[in-house]
Design a protein around this ligand. Structure first.
Ligand code: AMP
Ligand code: MN
Ligand code: MN
Ligand code: MN
Length: 276
């Protein structure tokens, strides 16, 4: 089983339409796929149909932006019913603040000597409800203010950088409850990316379990290979099931293609076993 349960399309901050991501996944050997756009399930029908046409198993997915202890955590919902009202309404509320936040990022960048960043970012946005920092990053790269997307975050857009505007996303308990209402499983995405203390991590994982959370991502394009081992150990310690996904956003050098990461450590229980 080559499962890739974390990918993005033009429905959020990815560069390819759902069908094109499905084709890349299939050609990369993926046999179980999920498209997990940020805060949005508008691509699920296209993704499911494309997966069926290509002979891949599919589970509907979403990656929800959450604020926990004043920082952003991403929670992936897998095997959700994308028509479930509490999920659809919760995601709509989560997306709500993005437009004003983007204007604020644009104003901040303007103060920093980068005019027209808001208009520039908008040129890369396909879904007007989902303007993301990634769209600003593309503009910063294209206009020569950053070497690549990663550099745009390191210089301008990342937490604590001059172009960073803090934002309140969904509550963890709400995100988990929407996913559960939609019949899905909640997965803490790329835990290695969060700058929490050990105590905060333990509290986060404990609260997540109390809410009914069962899994974390272990092998993800947003972890270093060292972090695969580190979060495999966390999964063992907390009894979490494990997930795997590229976190694919765009093709190109330095990006991880769907299906191309190593398998999960064999002693971990894959979150997808229940769906096979
Ligand atoms: P937003 O939801 O608007 O805050 O944007 C978050 C998105 O920015 C993430 O989903 C990633 O796609 C991207 N991102 C965040 N940090 C980085 C980074 N350090 N390098 C590259 N992309 C990043
Ligand atoms: Mn993203
Ligand atoms: Mn994420
Ligand atoms: Mn992601």
């Amino acid at each position: 089983m080559n499962a890739d349960l974390h990918c993005h399309s033009t429905v959020s901050d990815g560069q390819l339409a759902p069908t094109a991501v499905a084709q890349l996944a299939q050609s990369g050997g993926v046999t179980l796929w999920s498209l997990t756009d940020h805060d949005e399930v508008g691509g699920q029908r296209e993704a499911r149909e494309a997966a069926a046409a290509l002979g891949m198993r599919y589970v509907c997915g979403v990656e929800i932006s959450v604020t926990w202890a004043s920082r952003t955590v991403h929670v992936v919902g897998l095997n959700v019913d994308p028509a479930c009202a509490p999920l659809v309404e919760g995601l709509a509320r989560t997306r709500n603040g993005r437009a004003a936040r983007a204007e604020a990022i644009g104003e901040r960048l303007e103060e920093l000597g980068i005019p027209d960043a808001y208009a520039g970012a908008l040129r890369y946005v396909s879904n007007p409800d989902l303007i993301s920092r990634t769209h600003f990053a593309r503009h910063l790269v294209e206009s020569g203010r950053a070497e690549n997307t990663q550099d745009a975050f390191s210089r301008w857009l990342g937490e604590g950088k001059p172009g960073y505007i803090s934002h309140r996303w969904a509550k963890l308990a709400d995100a988990v409850s929407w996913i559960k209402a939609a019949g899905g499983e909640a997965v803490i995405a790329h835990p290695g990316r969060y700058r929490y203390t050990q105590l905060e991590f333990d509290t986060l994982f404990g609260e997540f379990i109390d809410m009914g959370g069962k899994a974390i991502e272990v092998v993800t394009g947003s972890h270093t290979p060292d972090q695969y081992g580190e979060y495999a150990a966390v999964a063992r310690r907390f009894g979490f099931e494990a997930s795997r996904g590229s976190d694919f956003h765009a093709p190109g050098p330095g990006t991880i293609a769907p299906g191309s990461l190593p398998p999960l450590p064999s002693d971990l229980k894959p979150v997808w076993e229940r769906w096979l």
